[in-house]
Design a protein around this ligand. Structure first.
Ligand code: TRP
Length: 335
Protein backbone atom coordinates (compact mmCIF):
# COMPACT_ATOMS: atom_id res chain seq x y z
CA UNK A 1 0.00 0.00 0.00
CA UNK A 2 1.32 3.44 -0.87
CA UNK A 3 2.44 5.51 2.11
CA UNK A 4 0.63 8.81 2.63
CA UNK A 5 -1.83 8.00 -0.11
CA UNK A 6 -4.99 10.09 -0.07
CA UNK A 7 -7.13 7.16 -1.08
CA UNK A 8 -9.89 6.19 1.30
CA UNK A 9 -9.24 3.14 3.42
CA UNK A 10 -11.25 -0.07 3.18
CA UNK A 11 -10.93 -2.97 5.58
CA UNK A 12 -12.71 -6.29 5.56
CA UNK A 13 -12.21 -9.81 6.83
CA UNK A 14 -13.42 -13.37 6.58
CA UNK A 15 -13.07 -16.09 9.20
CA UNK A 16 -11.03 -19.14 8.18
CA UNK A 17 -13.60 -21.52 9.56
CA UNK A 18 -14.03 -23.60 6.40
CA UNK A 19 -13.30 -23.64 2.70
CA UNK A 20 -14.83 -20.56 1.11
CA UNK A 21 -17.90 -20.95 -1.04
CA UNK A 22 -19.20 -19.35 -4.19
CA UNK A 23 -21.24 -17.17 -1.81
CA UNK A 24 -18.02 -15.53 -0.58
CA UNK A 25 -16.88 -14.99 -4.14
CA UNK A 26 -20.14 -13.34 -5.16
CA UNK A 27 -20.83 -11.47 -1.94
CA UNK A 28 -17.35 -10.38 -0.86
CA UNK A 29 -14.27 -11.32 -2.88
CA UNK A 30 -15.55 -10.04 -6.23
CA UNK A 31 -16.07 -6.64 -4.62
CA UNK A 32 -12.82 -6.67 -2.74
CA UNK A 33 -10.96 -7.18 -5.99
CA UNK A 34 -12.88 -4.39 -7.73
CA UNK A 35 -12.14 -1.94 -4.90
CA UNK A 36 -8.37 -2.38 -5.02
CA UNK A 37 -7.69 0.31 -7.59
CA UNK A 38 -9.70 3.11 -6.06
CA UNK A 39 -9.05 2.49 -2.36
CA UNK A 40 -6.28 1.54 0.03
CA UNK A 41 -7.52 -1.90 0.95
CA UNK A 42 -6.68 -4.17 3.85
CA UNK A 43 -8.00 -7.72 3.71
CA UNK A 44 -7.73 -9.87 6.77
CA UNK A 45 -8.12 -13.50 7.73
CA UNK A 46 -9.99 -13.29 11.01
CA UNK A 47 -8.46 -16.30 12.79
CA UNK A 48 -8.86 -14.70 16.23
CA UNK A 49 -12.60 -14.51 15.66
CA UNK A 50 -12.62 -18.14 14.55
CA UNK A 51 -11.54 -19.48 17.97
CA UNK A 52 -14.69 -18.15 19.63
CA UNK A 53 -16.02 -21.50 18.46
CA UNK A 54 -13.79 -24.46 19.40
CA UNK A 55 -11.38 -25.34 16.59
CA UNK A 56 -8.95 -28.14 15.95
CA UNK A 57 -5.51 -26.48 15.85
CA UNK A 58 -4.18 -28.31 12.80
CA UNK A 59 -7.39 -27.62 10.87
CA UNK A 60 -7.36 -23.95 11.78
CA UNK A 61 -3.74 -23.59 10.68
CA UNK A 62 -4.45 -25.28 7.35
CA UNK A 63 -7.64 -23.34 6.70
CA UNK A 64 -5.94 -20.05 7.46
CA UNK A 65 -3.49 -20.68 4.64
CA UNK A 66 -6.21 -22.02 2.35
CA UNK A 67 -8.28 -18.91 2.92
CA UNK A 68 -5.31 -16.70 2.11
CA UNK A 69 -4.67 -18.71 -1.05
CA UNK A 70 -8.31 -18.31 -2.10
CA UNK A 71 -8.16 -14.54 -1.58
CA UNK A 72 -5.14 -14.47 -3.89
CA UNK A 73 -6.71 -16.84 -6.43
CA UNK A 74 -9.80 -14.63 -6.55
CA UNK A 75 -7.61 -11.66 -7.47
CA UNK A 76 -6.59 -9.94 -4.24
CA UNK A 77 -3.27 -8.44 -5.30
CA UNK A 78 -0.64 -8.22 -2.54
CA UNK A 79 1.07 -5.39 -4.43
CA UNK A 80 -2.06 -3.27 -4.25
CA UNK A 81 -3.67 -4.37 -1.01
CA UNK A 82 -2.50 -5.45 2.42
CA UNK A 83 -3.32 -9.11 2.94
CA UNK A 84 -2.71 -10.36 6.47
CA UNK A 85 -3.60 -12.77 9.25
CA UNK A 86 -5.24 -11.09 12.25
CA UNK A 87 -3.25 -12.94 14.95
CA UNK A 88 0.03 -11.80 13.39
CA UNK A 89 -0.70 -8.19 14.27
CA UNK A 90 -0.75 -7.99 18.08
CA UNK A 91 -2.41 -4.56 18.11
CA UNK A 92 -5.79 -6.22 17.44
CA UNK A 93 -5.77 -7.92 20.84
CA UNK A 94 -4.27 -4.86 22.51
CA UNK A 95 -6.87 -2.41 21.27
CA UNK A 96 -9.63 -4.90 22.07
CA UNK A 97 -8.70 -4.72 25.74
CA UNK A 98 -8.99 -0.95 25.81
CA UNK A 99 -12.24 -0.90 23.85
CA UNK A 100 -13.71 -3.56 26.15
CA UNK A 101 -13.72 -0.88 28.81
CA UNK A 102 -15.93 1.24 26.57
CA UNK A 103 -18.40 -1.49 25.63
CA UNK A 104 -21.43 -2.09 27.82
CA UNK A 105 -22.41 -5.49 29.13
CA UNK A 106 -26.03 -4.90 28.16
CA UNK A 107 -25.07 -3.61 24.74
CA UNK A 108 -23.02 -6.70 23.87
CA UNK A 109 -25.67 -9.02 25.28
CA UNK A 110 -28.15 -7.57 22.79
CA UNK A 111 -26.12 -8.40 19.67
CA UNK A 112 -28.17 -10.65 17.39
CA UNK A 113 -25.21 -12.79 16.40
CA UNK A 114 -24.23 -13.34 20.05
CA UNK A 115 -27.73 -14.45 20.87
CA UNK A 116 -27.89 -16.80 17.86
CA UNK A 117 -24.49 -18.31 18.48
CA UNK A 118 -25.14 -18.76 22.21
CA UNK A 119 -28.33 -20.61 21.38
CA UNK A 120 -26.44 -22.85 18.94
CA UNK A 121 -23.42 -23.43 21.21
CA UNK A 122 -25.12 -23.64 24.57
CA UNK A 123 -22.23 -25.75 25.92
CA UNK A 124 -19.61 -23.08 25.12
CA UNK A 125 -20.88 -19.54 25.60
CA UNK A 126 -17.43 -18.11 26.22
CA UNK A 127 -16.46 -14.50 26.90
CA UNK A 128 -14.70 -14.32 23.54
CA UNK A 129 -18.01 -14.91 21.83
CA UNK A 130 -19.40 -12.09 23.95
CA UNK A 131 -16.66 -9.57 23.10
CA UNK A 132 -16.37 -10.74 19.47
CA UNK A 133 -17.83 -7.43 18.19
CA UNK A 134 -15.25 -5.46 20.18
CA UNK A 135 -12.44 -7.37 18.44
CA UNK A 136 -14.14 -6.59 15.15
CA UNK A 137 -14.31 -2.90 16.10
CA UNK A 138 -10.58 -2.99 16.82
CA UNK A 139 -9.88 -4.56 13.42
CA UNK A 140 -11.59 -1.64 11.78
CA UNK A 141 -10.56 1.28 13.99
CA UNK A 142 -6.85 0.42 14.08
CA UNK A 143 -6.60 1.24 10.37
CA UNK A 144 -8.81 4.35 10.47
CA UNK A 145 -10.99 2.65 7.87
CA UNK A 146 -13.43 4.88 5.99
CA UNK A 147 -15.60 2.05 4.77
CA UNK A 148 -16.18 -1.58 5.62
CA UNK A 149 -17.72 -3.97 3.09
CA UNK A 150 -19.99 -6.19 5.13
CA UNK A 151 -22.95 -8.42 4.65
CA UNK A 152 -26.32 -7.76 6.21
CA UNK A 153 -25.48 -10.02 9.19
CA UNK A 154 -22.53 -7.81 10.21
CA UNK A 155 -24.22 -4.41 10.04
CA UNK A 156 -25.08 -4.41 13.72
CA UNK A 157 -21.41 -4.99 14.57
CA UNK A 158 -20.46 -2.05 12.41
CA UNK A 159 -23.01 0.11 14.20
CA UNK A 160 -21.40 -0.92 17.50
CA UNK A 161 -17.98 -0.06 16.08
CA UNK A 162 -19.20 3.43 15.29
CA UNK A 163 -20.63 3.84 18.78
CA UNK A 164 -17.43 2.70 20.48
CA UNK A 165 -15.35 5.03 18.33
CA UNK A 166 -17.61 7.98 19.05
CA UNK A 167 -17.63 7.24 22.76
CA UNK A 168 -13.84 7.06 22.91
CA UNK A 169 -13.41 10.19 20.78
CA UNK A 170 -15.83 12.07 23.00
CA UNK A 171 -14.26 10.98 26.29
CA UNK A 172 -10.67 11.71 25.22
CA UNK A 173 -10.40 13.55 21.91
CA UNK A 174 -10.57 12.70 18.24
CA UNK A 175 -8.70 9.44 17.78
CA UNK A 176 -10.69 7.17 15.51
CA UNK A 177 -12.21 7.73 12.11
CA UNK A 178 -15.92 6.82 12.18
CA UNK A 179 -16.37 4.08 9.55
CA UNK A 180 -19.31 3.71 7.18
CA UNK A 181 -20.75 0.40 6.02
CA UNK A 182 -20.09 -0.27 2.36
CA UNK A 183 -23.00 -2.01 0.75
CA UNK A 184 -22.21 -3.20 -2.77
CA UNK A 185 -24.43 -1.84 -5.56
CA UNK A 186 -25.58 -5.20 -6.79
CA UNK A 187 -26.47 -7.32 -3.80
CA UNK A 188 -25.30 -10.80 -4.71
CA UNK A 189 -26.53 -12.93 -1.91
CA UNK A 190 -26.17 -16.57 -2.84
CA UNK A 191 -28.64 -18.87 -1.16
CA UNK A 192 -28.33 -22.51 -0.14
CA UNK A 193 -28.94 -24.87 -3.08
CA UNK A 194 -31.03 -27.13 -0.86
CA UNK A 195 -32.94 -24.45 1.06
CA UNK A 196 -33.00 -21.37 -1.15
CA UNK A 197 -34.69 -19.27 1.54
CA UNK A 198 -31.53 -19.28 3.69
CA UNK A 199 -28.08 -17.95 2.87
CA UNK A 200 -25.40 -20.36 1.61
CA UNK A 201 -23.21 -20.90 4.65
CA UNK A 202 -19.89 -22.70 4.92
CA UNK A 203 -21.02 -24.26 8.19
CA UNK A 204 -24.00 -25.97 6.53
CA UNK A 205 -23.90 -29.70 7.18
CA UNK A 206 -25.53 -30.63 3.88
CA UNK A 207 -22.67 -30.58 1.36
CA UNK A 208 -25.15 -30.46 -1.52
CA UNK A 209 -26.29 -27.02 -0.45
CA UNK A 210 -22.93 -25.34 -1.09
CA UNK A 211 -20.46 -24.90 -3.89
CA UNK A 212 -16.92 -24.66 -2.61
CA UNK A 213 -14.39 -22.62 -4.53
CA UNK A 214 -12.25 -25.73 -4.92
CA UNK A 215 -15.03 -28.08 -6.08
CA UNK A 216 -14.34 -29.91 -9.34
CA UNK A 217 -16.38 -29.11 -12.46
CA UNK A 218 -18.21 -32.39 -12.01
CA UNK A 219 -19.12 -31.63 -8.39
CA UNK A 220 -20.37 -28.19 -9.37
CA UNK A 221 -22.53 -29.54 -12.19
CA UNK A 222 -23.95 -32.32 -10.00
CA UNK A 223 -24.77 -30.03 -7.08
CA UNK A 224 -26.60 -27.65 -9.39
CA UNK A 225 -28.48 -30.53 -10.98
CA UNK A 226 -29.75 -31.48 -7.51
CA UNK A 227 -30.63 -27.92 -6.51
CA UNK A 228 -34.11 -27.41 -5.08
CA UNK A 229 -36.40 -25.42 -7.42
CA UNK A 230 -40.19 -25.55 -7.61
CA UNK A 231 -42.89 -27.44 -9.45
CA UNK A 232 -43.91 -24.89 -12.09
CA UNK A 233 -41.36 -25.27 -14.83
CA UNK A 234 -40.77 -21.62 -15.66
CA UNK A 235 -37.43 -19.80 -15.56
CA UNK A 236 -38.42 -16.44 -14.12
CA UNK A 237 -36.75 -14.16 -11.58
CA UNK A 238 -39.03 -13.93 -8.56
CA UNK A 239 -37.23 -14.22 -5.25
CA UNK A 240 -40.40 -14.38 -3.15
CA UNK A 241 -42.19 -17.12 -5.07
CA UNK A 242 -39.35 -18.84 -6.92
CA UNK A 243 -36.34 -18.58 -4.61
CA UNK A 244 -34.55 -21.64 -6.00
CA UNK A 245 -34.84 -20.62 -9.66
CA UNK A 246 -33.94 -17.01 -8.80
CA UNK A 247 -30.82 -18.18 -7.00
CA UNK A 248 -29.73 -20.25 -10.01
CA UNK A 249 -30.43 -17.27 -12.26
CA UNK A 250 -28.21 -15.12 -10.04
CA UNK A 251 -25.41 -17.67 -10.36
CA UNK A 252 -25.86 -17.82 -14.13
CA UNK A 253 -25.82 -14.04 -14.33
CA UNK A 254 -22.64 -13.81 -12.23
CA UNK A 255 -20.92 -16.49 -14.30
CA UNK A 256 -21.86 -15.13 -17.74
CA UNK A 257 -22.91 -11.50 -17.34
CA UNK A 258 -26.22 -12.25 -19.11
CA UNK A 259 -29.11 -10.14 -17.78
CA UNK A 260 -32.08 -11.73 -16.02
CA UNK A 261 -34.33 -10.68 -18.87
CA UNK A 262 -32.16 -12.44 -21.45
CA UNK A 263 -31.87 -15.51 -19.25
CA UNK A 264 -35.67 -15.72 -19.11
CA UNK A 265 -35.79 -15.48 -22.91
CA UNK A 266 -33.04 -18.05 -23.37
CA UNK A 267 -34.91 -20.68 -21.33
CA UNK A 268 -38.50 -19.87 -22.24
CA UNK A 269 -40.25 -23.14 -23.01
CA UNK A 270 -37.35 -25.28 -21.71
CA UNK A 271 -37.59 -27.53 -18.68
CA UNK A 272 -35.49 -27.11 -15.54
CA UNK A 273 -33.22 -29.96 -16.67
CA UNK A 274 -31.78 -27.89 -19.54
CA UNK A 275 -31.62 -24.79 -17.43
CA UNK A 276 -29.74 -26.47 -14.57
CA UNK A 277 -27.26 -28.04 -16.96
CA UNK A 278 -26.49 -24.66 -18.52
CA UNK A 279 -26.12 -23.04 -15.11
CA UNK A 280 -23.88 -25.87 -13.93
CA UNK A 281 -21.58 -25.61 -16.95
CA UNK A 282 -21.41 -21.80 -16.77
CA UNK A 283 -20.57 -21.83 -13.06
CA UNK A 284 -17.95 -24.54 -13.61
CA UNK A 285 -16.33 -22.41 -16.34
CA UNK A 286 -16.35 -19.41 -14.03
CA UNK A 287 -14.75 -21.25 -11.09
CA UNK A 288 -12.25 -23.44 -12.99
CA UNK A 289 -9.54 -20.78 -13.56
CA UNK A 290 -9.81 -19.67 -9.94
CA UNK A 291 -9.39 -23.26 -8.78
CA UNK A 292 -6.35 -23.71 -11.00
CA UNK A 293 -4.72 -20.57 -9.60
CA UNK A 294 -5.60 -21.73 -6.10
CA UNK A 295 -3.89 -25.09 -6.67
CA UNK A 296 -0.73 -23.33 -7.84
CA UNK A 297 -0.72 -20.88 -4.93
CA UNK A 298 -1.32 -23.48 -2.21
CA UNK A 299 1.55 -25.61 -3.54
CA UNK A 300 4.08 -22.83 -3.05
CA UNK A 301 3.96 -22.46 0.75
CA UNK A 302 7.14 -20.37 0.89
CA UNK A 303 5.75 -17.72 -1.42
CA UNK A 304 2.41 -17.68 0.38
CA UNK A 305 4.18 -17.27 3.71
CA UNK A 306 6.31 -14.42 2.48
CA UNK A 307 3.24 -12.58 1.16
CA UNK A 308 1.57 -12.97 4.56
CA UNK A 309 4.65 -11.90 6.50
CA UNK A 310 4.95 -8.80 4.35
CA UNK A 311 1.23 -8.07 4.79
CA UNK A 312 1.46 -8.38 8.57
CA UNK A 313 4.41 -5.98 8.66
CA UNK A 314 2.53 -3.41 6.61
CA UNK A 315 -0.59 -3.77 8.74
CA UNK A 316 1.45 -3.55 11.94
CA UNK A 317 3.01 -0.22 10.90
CA UNK A 318 -0.42 1.37 10.50
CA UNK A 319 -1.97 -0.32 13.53
CA UNK A 320 0.94 0.72 15.76
CA UNK A 321 0.33 4.41 15.09
CA UNK A 322 -3.28 4.18 16.22
CA UNK A 323 -2.48 2.03 19.24
CA UNK A 324 0.28 4.45 20.36
CA UNK A 325 -2.24 7.30 20.32
CA UNK A 326 -4.76 5.24 22.25
CA UNK A 327 -2.25 4.16 24.91
CA UNK A 328 -1.14 7.75 25.38
CA UNK A 329 -4.70 9.04 25.67
CA UNK A 330 -5.79 6.48 28.22
CA UNK A 331 -2.76 7.25 30.36
CA UNK A 332 -0.58 4.17 29.93
CA UNK A 333 2.96 5.10 31.00
CA UNK A 334 5.51 5.32 28.22
CA UNK A 335 9.27 5.44 28.74
N1 TRP B 1 -17.13 -10.96 11.71
C1 TRP B 1 -16.96 -11.01 10.29
C2 TRP B 1 -17.76 -12.20 9.73
O1 TRP B 1 -17.88 -13.20 10.38
C3 TRP B 1 -15.52 -11.15 9.89
C4 TRP B 1 -14.73 -9.97 10.34
C5 TRP B 1 -13.86 -9.91 11.37
C6 TRP B 1 -14.78 -8.66 9.76
N2 TRP B 1 -13.32 -8.66 11.49
C7 TRP B 1 -13.87 -7.86 10.51
C8 TRP B 1 -15.49 -8.09 8.69
C9 TRP B 1 -13.70 -6.51 10.24
C10 TRP B 1 -15.31 -6.74 8.42
C11 TRP B 1 -14.41 -5.96 9.18
O2 TRP B 1 -18.23 -12.12 8.62
Amino acid sequence: MEENSTKKVILSGIQPSGILTIGHLAGALKNWVALQDSFSCLYMIANMHAITVRQNAADLRRRTLETAALFLAAGVDPEKSVLFIQSQVPEHAQLTWVLNTFAGYGELGKMTQFKDKSAKNAENINCGLFTYPVLMASDILLYQADAVPVGEDQKQHLELTRNLAQRFNYYYSDTFKIPEPYIPKIGSRIMSLQDPTSKMSKSDENQNSLIYLNDSNEEIINKIKRAVTDSNAEVRFDEANKPGVSNLMTLYHLATGISFEDIEKEFAGHGYGDFKLSVGKAVADWIAPLRERYNEIIKDKKRLESILIYGAEEAHKIARKTLDKVYKKVGFVRF
